[in-house]
Structure formats: C-alpha cells, structure tokens
Design a protein around this ligand. Structure first.
Ligand SMILES: Nc1ncnc2c1ncn2[C@@H]1O[C@H](COP(=O)(O)OP(=O)(O)OP(=O)(O)O)[C@@H](O)[C@H]1O
Ligand SMILES: Cc1ncsc1CCO
Ligand SMILES: [Mg+2]
Length: 538
C-alpha cells in the first residue's frame, strides 16, 4: 500500500491520446515518460468509450506499477474503483468531492481542478479529508482544452491561489500548476509562483502536450526533469548579487564594461522619450535603436549585449510588445520594464498586467504611484503618467519596491526624491513546495539620494531616461557579473548627474540638455567615488 502523503508531485504527466505523433501509442509515450522522470500519471481521455478507457487504464497501470508511480484517473470514479487506481482527479463540473471521497475511501488520492479563490476556500473548509492536491490553472492558454471555461491566470494568478491556501491553513493540500507550461516558460514561472509570505510555492507542474505530442517523449521528459531539478530558476546568467561587494570601484568597472561592450539598447518606448532616450544611450557608450518592426525583433535580440527597454508610455500594439518580450526572453537577454501609468486607466492596467504575466524582466522601474500600484498598495487612483505625490512615507515605498522585486523576481526601482532599489532575484534560489529562502520583507533594499532636486521631476521622460540608463549598464554586463550592482550604478549615476545638471541649468528647458552633458561627462571620466548621490541600506 502506498502512502499518499509521500507522493512526489514534481513532474505530473496528464495524458491525451488525441495528440499522439505517428508511430507512438498512449502506452509508449507514458513508458518513455516514466523512464525519464515523470513522478505521477493521470489518465485523461475525454470522449473515449468506457471499454477502451479501461483497457488503456489497465495497461498504463501496469507500467506505472513497474516504476512505483501512482496512477490517477480523470473524472471516472467508477473506473478508478474498478481497476483499484491510486486516485482520481475531478473538475469543478464533475462529481462533488465529498461523494468522491465517500466512494474511494480515505487512502486514495483525490485531486481537484481549481481556478478561483473561493474554490480554494471551499477545499480548505473541507479539511484534510477532502482534497489531497489541486491543479491550479490554467496558467497560460493551451490547445489541450477545446472550450476552456477559464481564462489564463498567469503566474500571478497561481500565486494568489497559493496565497489563499497559505492563509487558510490548507497545509496538507499539495499543488501543481497546469496549462501551457513548456521548457521556455517553466523556469521563470516556477520562480514566480509563490505565496505572498514567500513560503509556499507549487509542488510540481503538470504537462500534457510537451510530452504527449512529442515524437521524442523520453527526451522531452528528461528536459523537463532537468529544468525542475536545477533548483535555479533564473533566466539571465548574471545573478551573482553580492551587495557587500558594491563599491565605487565596482561602479567604475561596470562603466568600463559598458563602454567596452557598447550594448545595443533596443527601445520600445513612448514618443516623448524617443530622442532623449537615444541621446542618453549615446552618452553612456551604448548604441540605441528605436524599433517597433516586429519582424526584426529576433535578429536584434541576438546581437551581443542586446537589451530591451520596454516602456509602455504610449503604446505599440500588444502583439508587438509581446513578441519583443518573447524574443529577448528566449535569447536570455535582459529586459528593463517601465510600466508607465501602470494602472492609470483600465487599458493600461490590462496591457501592463499582460506583459507582466507573459514575460520575465531583469529590472522593473516605476515612479512611486506605479510601484505602489504594482504592489497592490496604492490607495488613491493614479493620476496620468506622472508620479503624483511622492511625499508619501519612505517605508511604504520600500515595502512596495520589495514586493514588486519579490513578486516578479527582478531588481525593482522606485523613483522619486529618494530612489529605492530592491533585489528580489534571491540569486535564483527557489525550492519546489517551500518557496524562497527569503521572505519578501527580508530581501535587500537600498536607497539612493542627493537632496531635493525638484527640476528632475519637472521635465518629461526623466524617469524613462533612467530606464535607458539602467538598460545601458545592465546590457554591458558579462556573465557572472551582478545585475543588482549594475542597476545601483545606473541609479546613482543618474541621480548624481541630475544634481550636477541642476546646479548648471537655467530652468527646466536647459536642464534636460545639462543632464545629458552631465551623464556624458561623468561616464567618460569622473571617478564614481566623486559622484554626489549616496547609497545606503533602506
Ligand atoms: N524631487 C526630486 N529630487 C531628486 N530627484 C528626483 C526628484 N523627483 C524626481 N527625481 C528623479 O527624477 C527621475 C524621474 O523620477 P519620477 O519619479 O519623476 O519618474 P516618472 O514620473 O516616471 O518620470 P517620467 O514619467 O516623466 O519619465 C528619477 O531619476 C528620480 O530619481
Ligand atoms: C507625457 C507622457 N505621456 C505618455 S508617456 C509620457 C512620458 C512620461 O512618462
Ligand atoms: Mg515613468
């Protein structure tokens, strides 16, 4: 008798024989998957006659027993009972959990598909005698479900459900994420799906097509297995974030590296920022290219040191933004995201949320209003694209910046009189089930300041150009260098240049020109130890 509390959910295969490639059978695919590290199998064969279904179930069960992997039957409680399977999985429209449990008894695994918080609360109320595990989803759109009743929730939606499980103390209930999960998105979604307290992540992922539709199901499984086992769910190479090692000497080195590598800074940005951003990139030894030509995105992303600045200020079509994001994510090249006016209107909220669900960013930069909204801490509705009242208390902004950094596993920057930087990458460390080694409040955060420079907030696109500055420093990085230090260097450089420019300008018009002069001058020669802005722990 197997112990259902010890089941390994890490790689869960759900079958679908409608997608088998030529020359394979349901059984041959399951066998290849079992040989290469699948830990749980669910027989899900919709529209199959009972007799055929049972024939498959018996064969698959034999294979699973050989590998000591539990077999779960989808929907058909009768079939599960008839063949003495290890468990059943039901959806919201299937037999109620209490009846399923009554039929299968206490020792079998009962799984439930869950998509909404109230469903999680319902299972929490049933207690450990109800549901053993949940399938959370769907994460992304898939072709597997003909008429999906739910819309994709993205990693953020899964995180909310994990959070509800955590806050309702459903500790016994295990979780797998399901829907559109493939090798190119698994590492990042695994690291992003986490409860708010950082302590609960999914126990595994469920896949259908990546194995069932593969002409090399064994290899496909092995690939998934390796991704899950790597325990380092980071997508960019440079993540060695050692805050202690940050110093003016390192800033100097990073400037040299940027000069040497002259990164291509691909801007997809608002029209107000176009010229300003291009000139800032040039002042910082980088090559700007402003492009919304979708067909060249992949090529651009493959240029050495290419970096994408994705600014949603005045907006290119969503498809275009998404394909740029996909290109840079696939190439493993960094994206700096500036969600301008994040939730100022419902259109912006939808667009920015979509990008956050489908991409992974090295850095997310926003003003106080944007960062507070991203962290769900904004009380008042945002006004336009500017930062609004930034006099709000620093501790709230630090908290919000940490939440954004943690939630999206990036370095987050909140701008204003004092800039706040938080590193939520946790060096790529993340564990299935137990989440991150750090809880959000413990992640490192810093502040960069240089007194009050009101004119910085009085020219348009000054925040956008900080985005450009960050992209230049991040783009210059080589493997094994620190993302956090690159961002800190950029923020301190920009603030110091603002200070210098404000002492030289005659008003906000000449300030912009003076700011580019100052960036140019400081980047070319001035030793960072003389930069005026201070960096300290927040
Ligand atoms: N009062 C201030 N004192 C010092 N620096 C400031 C002040 N206000 C803004 N800044 C700096 O100006 C830049 C823009 O910050 P802000 O918060 O205004 O961004 P933003 O609203 O996104 O700008 P935009 O949308 O116009 O590009 C940042 O580098 C920030 O550090
Ligand atoms: C003014 C303005 N409108 C959309 S984007 C932008 C630049 C500052 O974000
Ligand atoms: Mg802005």
């Amino acid at each position: 008798m197997f112990d259902k509390t010890k089941v390994d959910y890490s790689l869960y295969l759900v079958t679908d024989s409608t997608m088998l490639p030529p020359g394979t059978t349901l059984e041959s695919q399951v066998y290849a998957a079992l040989q290469n590290g699948v830990t749980l199998v669910q027989l899900r064969e919709k529209d199959t006659d009972t007799k055929i279904f049972i024939q498959h179930a018996v064969k698959v069960q034999k294979l699973c027993r050989e590998f000591k992997v539990p077999l779960i039957i989808n929907d058909r409680v009768d079939v599960a009972l008839a063949i003495d399977a290890d468990g059943v999985h039901v959806g919201q429209g299937d037999m109620p959990i209490s009846m399923v449990r009554k039929l299968v008894g206490p020792d079998k695994i009962v799984g439930w598909s869950v998509g909404y918080e109230h469903e999680v609360q319902e299972l929490a109320a049933m207690g450990p005698q109800g549901v053993d595990y949940v399938g959370l989803g769907m994460v992304f759109p898939t072709n597997t479900k003909k008429n999906p009743k739910k819309s994709p929730m993205g990693p953020r939606g899964v995180s909310k459900l994990l959070d509800t499980l955590q806050t309702s103390n459903a500790t016994w209930c295990r979780t797998v994420a399901i829907g559109g999960l493939h090798p190119d998105n698994i590492p990042r979604v695994l690291s992003q799906m986490c409860s708010n307290d950082g302590k609960r992540s999914v126990d595994g992922i469920a896949v259908v097509s990546d194995i069932m539709a593969s002409s090399e199901a064994g290899k496909a499984t092995k690939r998934l297995r390796n991704l899950i086992d790597s325990k380092n769910y980071q997508y960019v190479d440079f993540v060695v974030n050692n805050p202690e090692s940050h110093s003016p000497a390192l800033e100097k080195e990073y400037i040299q590296v940027t000069t040497l590598n002259s990164p291509l800074i691909h801007h997809i940005t608002n029209k107000v920022h176009y010229n300003f951003g291009a000139n800032v990139a040039l002042a910082l030894g980088s090559s700007p290219i402003m492009s919304e030509i979708e067909s060249e995105f992949v090529e651009l992303s493959q240029v050495p040191h290419a970096t994408l600045l994705l600014n949603t200020g005045s907006v290119a079509p969503l498809e275009s933004l998404t394909s740029a994001m996909r290109a840079y994510n696939s190439a493993g090249r960094p994206i700096v995201f500036d969600p301008v006016g994040f939730s100022a209107t419902s259109v912006r909220l939808q667009l920015n949320s979509h990008l956050l669900a489908y991409g992974q960013f090295a850095c997310i930069k926003g003003n106080a209003g944007e960062i507070l909204s991203l962290a769900d801490l904004n009380t008042g509705k945002m006004r336009g694209v500017d930062s609004g009242d930034n006099g709000s208390n620093l501790s709230l902004l630090v908290e919000a910046t940490k939440i954004v950094a943690f939630r999206y596993r990036c370095v987050a920057v909140c701008t204003g009189k004092i800039d706040v930087v938080a590193d939520g990458t946790c060096e790529g460390k993340f564990k299935l089930s137990s989440g991150s080694p750090l809880i959000p409040s413990q992640i490192p955060a810093y502040k960069v300041e240089c007194g009050d420079i009101p004119v910085m907030g009085r020219i348009t696109a000054s925040g956008c150009s900080l985005g450009t500055t960050i992209a230049c420093l991040v783009g210059g990085l080589s493997k094994d260098q620190s993302l956090l230090s690159a961002v800190l260097t950029a923020v301190r450089l920009y603030k110091s240049a603002g200070y210098l420019a404000s002492s030289r300008c005659e008003g906000s018009g000449s300030f912009q020109v003076r700011l580019i002069d100052a960036l140019d001058q400081m980047f070319q020669g001035e030793d960072p130890q003389y930069w005026k802005a201070t960096l300290s722990s927040a």
